[in-house]
Design a protein around this ligand. Structure first.
Ligand SMILES: [Zn+2]
Length: 180
């Protein structure tokens, strides 16, 4: 288990644009992915992007199964089953005009939630750890989680979608609590 430190807003690394991951993956990147999974499950969270642990790479992981009862149909209790997904150099190639609002939170903005409206469905192209390209459509909670994570790769947080006043209040609260 190697849990890495999660950067907290307003850390400036969280506002930077991440660089593409090169293939074949280096031992460092393989280790980063393993550590990110440990960090996400430990937090606990349903997604984590590399910049959140200080690595400015276009890489994110999600597991929208293990804690989300709504997407489970096999009767197992949340936490019993894991479905770790690794997204490398992801690119949203299409987004629906139809929007959907979800309450979002972020491990880099602890104990803070806000309603964010995003496209209800997306088509995604990404690479797996072997460097194989995939393309698939997603909707619902997974589509929201992916868009949230990939925003991190462009230095964007969910609070950027909230009103300037609300964002300011959150930033103030984070500075006070975490002294970054
Ligand atoms: Zn986040």
């Amino acid at each position: 288990m190697a849990v890495r430190e999660i950067l907290i807003h307003p850390d400036e690394v969280l506002q930077q644009v991440a660089k593409p991951v090169l293939f074949p993956l280096s031992a460092e990147v393989e280790q980063l992915i393993t550590d990110m999974a440990d960090t996400m499950y430990d937090a606990p969270g349903v997604g984590l992007a590399a910049p959140q642990v200080g690595a400015l790479l276009r890489l994110a992981i999600t597991d929208t199964v293990w804690r989300d009862k709504e997407v489970r149909h096999d009767g197992a209790k949340a936490g019993e089953q894991r479905e770790l997904k690794v997204w490398i150099n992801p690119e949203i190639t299409w987004a629906s005009n139809e929007m959907e609002e979800w309450e979002e939170g972020c491990l880099s903005v602890p104990d803070t939630y806000g309603d964010v409206s995003r496209p209800a469905a997306i088509r995604l192209r990404w690479f797996d750890q072997q460097g194989v390209v995939h393309e698939q459509e997603f909707r619902g909670f997974q589509a929201v989680a992916l868009q949230h994570e990939f925003d991190h790769l462009d230095g964007k947080l969910f609070i950027d979608y909230l009103s300037p006043l609300k964002r300011k209040m959150i930033t103030k609260k984070m500075k006070k609590l975490y002294k970054s």
